[in-house]
Write a protein that binds this ligand. Structure first.
Ligand SMILES: Nc1nc2c(ncn2[C@@H]2O[C@H](COP(=O)(O)OP(=O)(O)OP(=O)(O)O)[C@@H](O)[C@H]2O)c(=O)[nH]1
Ligand SMILES: [Mg+2]
Length: 287
């Protein structure tokens, strides 16, 4: 897939993160619980070096619960601090704050030993675009302090937010990595909304999504769109069937593929096709 996913502002964001990393005690790496492996930026470990890190699997309301549990186990076995989280309802938030405190403890104790009391824990939130960094900050703060939206690239500058007496958080712009070698990772990032829809082939992504749904989530697909079995093997034919069911027709009865593509993508992203875990620990991919 040909994607220009590394625009100038992202390179700038990356420089800013590297420059500011020494200001913080803990990194929260926000991953998308639907695609923990694919949403993990391989550049992050280079950028943060030995800083204590907590992995937070956000959007866990949209992922399959059992698979999220497997991911938690997977990361714990690697000795990582990890929580499952959902920035919309706030489920998992206490756990996250606890883990941040655990990660920061050595730093805070060292400060106390030097006589510095009540120093807040400084935390940098890192993650790919649209993963929910700003939503997490708003949820911790308890109010809509920073801007969020259902598209990537919303946060551009950095911003410190004070949470109570104990925490100071730095919101950062989402960063992807300059070279996406794997078409599979690119698909997962695109379909979950991490990459701006203007810079990839949306039709190709939705046709891949339809193949995945047909092969692995047949019933959800037939129920959602009222399709009769057997459904077409060919994804373009399948798209046409959905268009007909949805009445996506232009003048003269011509199928409006663009509109149908938007409907399927939006249904997937809004959870109308159910919960999805597209990355499974230590298992080959579905696509
Ligand atoms: N269902 C669900 N949606 C979420 C969750 N967290 C965030 N969102 C939605 O995801 C979208 C992106 O959230 P933001 O907080 O703006 O993401 P961000 O990581 O700050 O994005 P950039 O600033 O663009 O990098 C918004 O529409 C949020 O409402 C979650 O846990 N569950
Ligand atoms: Mg943001």
């Amino acid at each position: 897939m040909d994607i220009n996913w590394f625009p100038g502002h992202m390179a700038k964001a990356q420089r800013m993160i590297v420059k500011d990393i020494h200001l913080v005690d803990v990194i929260v790496e926000l991953l998308d619980a639907r695609i923990p492996a694919s949403s993990s930026n391989p550049m992050i470990s280079d950028m943060i070096q030995s800083k204590p890190k907590v992995i937070a699997l956000n959007k866990s309301d949209m992922a399959e619960t059992e698979i999220t549990q497997k991911w938690l186990k997977f990361y714990r076995q690697q000795g990582q601090l990890v929580v499952a989280f959902d920035a919309i309802s706030g489920r998992g938030i206490k756990d996250l704050v606890n883990q941040i405190e655990v990660a920061a403890r050595p730093k805070i104790q060292a400060a106390q030993a030097k006589g510095i009391k009540n120093r807040p824990i400084r935390v940098m939130i890192l993650g790919i675009p649209n993963v929910g960094k700003s939503s997490l900050i708003n949820r911790l703060k308890g109010s809509a302090t920073v801007r969020t939206a259902d598209k990537p690239g919303v946060t551009r500058g950095k911003q410190w937010i004070k949470i109570g007496k104990n925490l100071e958080l730095l919101d950062t712009p989402g960063v992807l990595w300059p070279k996406l070698d794997s078409a599979e990772v690119a698909f997962k990032l695109a379909v979950t909304g991490a990459i701006n829809d203007d810079v990839y082939d949306v039709e190709k992504v939705v046709l891949t999504l339809l193949t995945l749904l047909r092969d692995n989530y047949h019933e959800r697909l037939t129920v959602r769109y009222g399709l009769e079995s057997p459904i077409p093997e060919d994804s373009e034919e399948l798209l046409k069937k959905i268009a007909l069911k949805r009445g996506c027709l232009r003048a003269g009865g011509i199928i409006d593929s663009e509109k149908t593509i938007r409907i399927v993508l939006s249904d997937f992203r809004l959870g109308k096709l159910g919960r999805f875990s597209l990355d499974i620990p230590e298992q080959d991919s579905l696509v």
